[in-house]
Design a protein around this ligand. Structure first.
Ligand SMILES: *Cc1c(COP(=O)(O)O)cnc(C)c1O
Length: 231
């Protein structure tokens, strides 16, 4: 594990986030980098946090729990970015700042109940499957309006925005239409519910510049940070 390389990667990613924001007339501070640490051990994550990456994302609840434990002495804001099963929701919700991939009304309703029991409940994003096949999780864009009233009725849990995965390993050009679509779906949901959903969690290592151009406020980046440093 090469800690210098991790620090260099972080600086390079932050610079290109800032550059992408500038090109779209946005402030770099409007885009939060979530460093995706899945499959990387605590020793590889520590240098990233020490270099200033305080928002960390994990895909699997059990892997998240063990890393929260292993890195409990660091000032980390944890994000769950993968699928959450109902039976793991209570324990996970107590540990994280944000749950990015709430992918069903059933899970959302159960988080709405859990939120009441927590001092600092997580914020959540609703996952929308804008690209069709790549991910089987999340609302279909056409089914979101059907659930709009039920979504708006969840008032304990803070629904702050929408999330999507354009595809694994997609390029900026390939992914951009999916990001534009998520933004449009968000605007429609705002109109349908009369509520605001300011956050868009979209963009990964290969496509975050396109995501920022389409209004992303959370980019979830893993491989670009660990490239050349592990494995
Ligand atoms: C793995 C993963 C990422 C990070 O992907 P990279 O291409 O490694 O940057 C982001 N979001 C989700 C949901 C993921 O599963």
């Amino acid at each position: 594990m090469n800690a210098d390389r991790i620090r260099e990667n972080l600086i390079a990613v932050r610079n290109s986030i800032a550059e992408a924001a500038r090109r779209s007339g946005r402030d770099a501070s409007s885009v939060t980098l979530v460093a995706v640490t899945k499959r990387n051990p605590p020793e590889a994550i520590r240098p990233l946090v020490e270099a200033g990456a305080f928002d960390l994302g994990e895909n699997y609840p059990q892997e998240l729990w063990s890393k929260v434990d292993a890195l409990s002495n660091l000032p980390v804001r944890w994000h769950l970015i993968g699928h959450l099963q109902g039976n793991k929701a209570r324990k996970t919700a107590a540990m994280v700042r944000m749950i990015h991939a709430v992918d069903s009304l059933r899970l959302l309703k159960s988080l709405d109940v859990i939120a009441e029991t927590l001092d600092d409940p997580p914020r959540v994003c609703l996952q929308v499957n804008v690209s069709g096949e790549e991910s089987k999780h999340g609302w279909d864009p056409s089914s979101l309006p059907i659930d709009a009233d039920a979504i708006a009725a969840c008032r304990k849990i803070a629904i702050v925005g929408l999330m999507t995965i354009a595809g694994y390993g997609t390029t900026n050009d390939e992914a951009r239409p999916a990001f534009a679509r998520l933004r449009k779906v968000r605007d429609q949901l705002q109109t349908a519910t009369g509520r605001l959903f300011p956050e868009l969690s979209m963009g990964m290592s290969g496509d975050y510049e396109a995501a920022i151009a389409e209004g992303s406020t959370y980019v979830r980046i893993g491989s670009a940070l660990f490239e050349g440093a592990v494995g």
